[in-house]
Design a protein around this ligand. Structure first.
Ligand code: NDP
Length: 248
């Protein structure tokens, strides 16, 4: 028996990194998971692994910036499993540059995926959660939304927007027994950070009191904490998972 037996979850950007670790952690606790990814061929192996574990999963080739596709994904999940209990807004991208050199298109693309995508998915799942008077939404923000960073104005604006959105939605749906929280991961070893230059990694490590990168599983456990039945009075919160990199 898992703590999430019978629960239905949607995880965006679930093909790799933090999203994939979150999917596997939810499945191990008994949840059925609808996984979305922009490049969905990458999801096949994950879906097979879940089936081999005896779990249940649906695959959606959905770009979270596509409002209609997001709605269709939510409708199909409900058609298959009857409801949505948990949403993890994890899909995210970076297009780093100094503000003076940042292209308008790169500003817009990051805001669109990270912030608009979170809004579209949240809006689409809320009717099901409101109907059943139960829901858990976890939005993946970032430590840089709290601490700032050079060369990431678009990303930081999107992640700070996610924290604001988290608090606004948390207040709106609190009486419906729906909690809405954010996680602010620090420097986590995933394909997103794998591509960083060695000198940037060194610089990041030098400001982390624990002296190491976090793992995708350490973030996934934060998600499990926030969606668990026991954390029902935590809402509008930002959970730091950053090895001491920023202490709010
Ligand atoms: P990855 O780049 O490893 O994974 C992101 C996933 O999101 C990919 O599978 C990607 O698919 C998918 N994705 C991107 N755009 C879209 C879209 N428009 N629609 C659907 N899926 C999409 O990132 P991480 O695992 O490192 O990061 C996950 C989240 O955590 C992100 O929101 C990130 O900003 C945040 N975060 C990460 C930190 C880190 O240090 N790694 C630190 C703080 C926050 P595809 O590859 O096909 O494009």
């Amino acid at each position: 028996m898992g703590s999430l037996d019978g629960r239905v979850a949607i995880v965006t950007g679930g093909a790799q990194g933090i999203g994939r670790a979150t999917v596997m952690a939810l499945v191990k606790e008994g949840a059925k998971v609808a996984i979305t990814n922009i490049r969905c061929a990458k999801l096949d192996q994950t879906i097979q692994e879940i089936k081999d574990m005896g779990g249940d999963a649906l695959k959606f080739c959905v770009d979270v910036t596509d409002v209609e596709a997001v709605q269709e994904m939510v409708d199909q999940t409900i058609a298959n499993w009857g409801k949505i209990d948990i949403l993890v807004n994890n899909a995210g991208i970076t297009k780093d540059n100094l503000v003076m050199r940042m292209k308008t298109a790169d500003w817009a693309a990051v805001l669109k995926t990270n912030l608009d995508g979170t809004f579209y998915c949240t809006r689409a799942v809320l009717p099901s959660m409101v109907r059943q008077r139960w829901g858990r939404i976890v939005n993946i923000a970032s430590v840089v939304a709290q601490a700032g960073n050079v060369g990431q104005a678009n990303y930081i604006a999107s992640k700070a927007g996610i924290i604001g959105l988290t608090k606004a939605v948390a207040a709106e749906v609190a009486r419906r027994n729906i909690t809405v929280n954010a996680i602010a991961p620090g420097f986590i070893a995933t394909p997103m950070t794998e591509v960083l230059a060695p000198e940037i990694k060194e610089k990041m490590l030098s400001v982390i009191p624990m002296g190491r990168m976090g793992t995708d599983l350490e973030v996934a456990h934060g998600v499990l904490f926030l969606v668990s039945p026991e954390t029902s009075y935590i809402t509008g919160h930002v959970l730091n998972i950053n090895g001491g990199m920023y202490m709010a």
